[in-house]
Design a protein around this ligand. Structure first.
Ligand code: ZN
Length: 105
């Protein structure tokens, strides 16, 4: 199955032009001596959870994509993995974004 993503530079393109970069994880937890002094072990645990844990729910989520076959830009976009359609935060699908049946190459 193919679908289209909207690159902020190039516009709508087939997903095969992109590389998936994973879900948006939020800000990186504090690290270093100050964080370790505040609560030894907690900083390492927080970083481990930030780096390794992934929720695998079929809900719309913000994801990172790389347009390697185009402009070479990393960008984040919202996508519903259940339908492969771009979505807005909260789940509403963006207008005019229909799944492609392989009509582009
Ligand atoms: Zn692009």
């Amino acid at each position: 199955m193919t679908f289209r993503l909207t690159c902020p530079v190039c516009g709508k393109r087939d997903v095969y032009e992109f590389t998936y970069g994973g879900p948006e994880r939020g800000p990186r937890p504090a690290e270093g001596d100050a964080a370790e002094r505040a609560d030894p072990g907690a900083a390492a645990e927080a970083h481990f959870r930030w780096a390794q844990f992934r929720m695998n729910r079929p809900d719309p989520r913000e994801e990172w994509w790389y347009h390697g076959a185009g402009c070479g830009v990393w960008f984040s976009t919202w996508r519903d993995p259940a339908t492969n359609r771009e979505a807005r935060p909260g789940g509403a699908e963006t207008s005019g974004n229909e799944a492609s049946g392989g009509d582009s190459s």
